[in-house]
Design a protein around this ligand. Structure first.
Ligand code: NAD
Ligand code: UGA
Length: 468
């Protein structure tokens, strides 16, 4: 019979570990959930008395308010968290490697390995160890080797893969009502029992027919596959948006018509300035690297094209801005609305806005940025990282961060919508128009403004995927 899980430890209090385990605590009041991290500032923010949490996610504060101090705890005492728990989620970051073998493609598994070694070093009872981080296929094998080589005699470790499918901005509703929960295990009696134990945690709120149990390697690969296929849809629609602009077809109409086919479906067909976020590009590059290591160059090339198309889309958009502004933006002021990689998040990892602004900077434009959520220090850090050769003081001469969309657009030649924040739809566009230099241009990289209305006001509007 399966172990009954009563104490969970989550290693990694980030975008995934935090919300995921906070929801488990909320839905399972009988389980003690401890989220541990090495980053003291992050843990302090999770514990802050006025709930100034380290990440912005609609509905998250409410969940933390209900569970924190009841059966949900945040701490830097990693070892104690590990020792107490019968089930441990490993939810640490797995960024793309920046140097060494596989640099630019392979996932950096150093954090996963360090966490795994810590578990092996301090555990004094048997544990179920769950890969929550997104990892290459067969990582569980390495984890098992490390754990078994270092374990004490009375400890056994069962390893599960339980990838996370939440999207930022909708994390809490995704966790409350997941399309599916995926659990991979070895098909041994012990593996299946561990799988059963984790499934029974989710069964507290997820219908059992949505809890899928598969083999370990299938589970690991399904996570990379799901992200690759989602991103592939965006690159496909973005490739078509270029054809629309050249022919006068309208990408909204094309996406609608194609998505109406129930075999295709309507979601994730929104043309954009390019996808961002910490995972799509990273996970596809990871899949490309995996394919190459398996001597499958055609497969690698196929998936790589999804990222290539995304780079092209970002470049194409900044070129459209320059071309439309009479082939020069030197000294011109451009208002960039939105800096987060998507709406309803303060996360900026791989945000297309960063690339656009870097392109505008290199054309010697002046840039005003407004985003309703992103911290100013984060914007400066991202811009500095994007232009490593330029001192921050020089960047700050060219770029300003503004407190409202209206302020950002003042005295600008052009407005660029880079994130689909709902408030950008409802800006007082007449006031924006009055404050701008003429002709006043709007470039909609997210298909959210009402182009017809803006033209009536006097704007010259360019929309992704719409040829005029
Ligand atoms: P993150 O960087 O926000 O959080 C990771 C945390 O782990 C950090 O706070 C870091 O300090 C901590 N950490 C690293 N090594 C540690 C160690 N040895 N001991 C204790 N703490 C340690 O990352 P994230 O966005 O939460 O992503 C985590 C994983 O989940 C990644 O593999 C990612 O691919 C995957 N994922 C992310 C999302 C998403 O929307 N962000 C969605 C699904 C899956
Ligand atoms: C994505 C997946 O949707 C999640 O299922 C997955 O768990 C997660 O990656 C992960 O592994 O990290 P996320 O990156 O948070 O989630 O957000 P998405 O909603 O997928 O958006 C990603 C990017 O694509 C954003 O820049 C968004 O603006 C863009 N996008 C999305 C489009 O350009 N068009 C679309 O139709 C949809």
């Amino acid at each position: 019979s399966a172990t009954k899980v009563t104490k969970i430890c989550c290693i990694g209090a980030g975008y995934v570990g935090g919300p995921t385990c906070a929801v488990i605590a909320l839905k399972c009041p009988h389980i003690k959930v401890t989220i541990v991290d090495l980053n003291q500032a992050r843990i302090d923010a999770w514990n802050s008395p006025d709930f100034k949490l380290p990440i912005y996610e609609p509905g998250l504060e409410d969940v933390v308010r209900q569970a924190r101090g009841r059966n949900l705890f945040f701490t830097t005492e990693v070892d104690k968290g590990i020792q107490e728990a019968d089930l441990i989620f490993v939810s640490v970051n797995t960024p793309t490697k920046k140097s060494g073998v596989g640099a630019g493609f392979a996932a950096d598994l150093n954090y996963v390995e360090l966490a795994t070694r810590r578990i092996a070093a301090v555990a004094n009872s048997s544990k179920i160890v769950v890969e929550k981080s997104t990892v290459p296929c067969r990582t569980a094998e390495s984890m098992r080797t490390i754990l078994e080589a270092n374990s004490k005699p009375n400890c056994r470790f069962d390893i599960l893969s339980n990838p996370e499918f939440l999207a930022e901005g909708t994390a809490i509703s995704d966790l409350f009502k997941p399309d599916r929960v995926l659990i991979g295990s070895l098909q041994t009696a012990e593996g299946k029992a561990a799988c059963e134990a984790l499934a029974s945690v989710y069964a507290n709120w997820v219908p059992t027919d949505r809890i899928l149990t598969v083999g370990l390697w299938s589970s690991e690969l399904s996570k990379l596959a799901a992200n690759a296929m989602l991103a592939q849809r965006i690159s496909s629609i973005n490739a078509l948006s270029a054809i629309c602009e050249a022919t006068g077809a309208n990408i909204d109409e094309v996406a609608h018509a194609v998505g109406y086919d129930s075999r295709v479906g309507p979601k994730f067909l929104r043309a954009s300035v390019g996808f961002g976020g910490s995972c799509f590009q990273k996970d596809i590059l990871n899949l490309v690297y995996l394919s190459e290591s398996l001597h499958l160059p055609e497969v690698a090339e196929y998936w790589k094209q999804v990222v290539t198309m995304n780079e092209y889309q970002k470049r194409r958009f900044s070129k459209t801005v320059v071309d439309t502004l009479f082939n020069t933006i030197t000294g011109k002021r451009i208002a960039v609305l939105g800096f987060a990689f998507k709406a309803d998040t303060g996360d900026t990892r791989e945000s297309p806005a960063i690339t656009l602004i870097r392109d505008f900077q290199s054309e010697n434009a002046r840039v005003n940025i407004y985003d309703p959520q992103v911290e100013h220090e984060q914007i400066w850090a991202d811009l500095a990282e994007a232009s490593p050769a330029t001192p921050l003081a020089n960047i700050q001469k060219q770029v300003s961060i503004c407190k409202s969309a209206l302020e950002a657009c003042k005295d600008a030649e052009a407005v660029v919508v880079a994130t689909e924040w709902k408030e950008f739809r409802d800006i007082d566009w007449e006031a924006v128009y009055k404050g701008m230099n003429k002709p006043a241009f709007v470039f909609d990289g997210r298909l959210i403004v009402d182009a017809e209305r803006l033209r009536k006001i006097g704007f010259k509007v360019t929309t992704i995927g719409r040829g005029e």
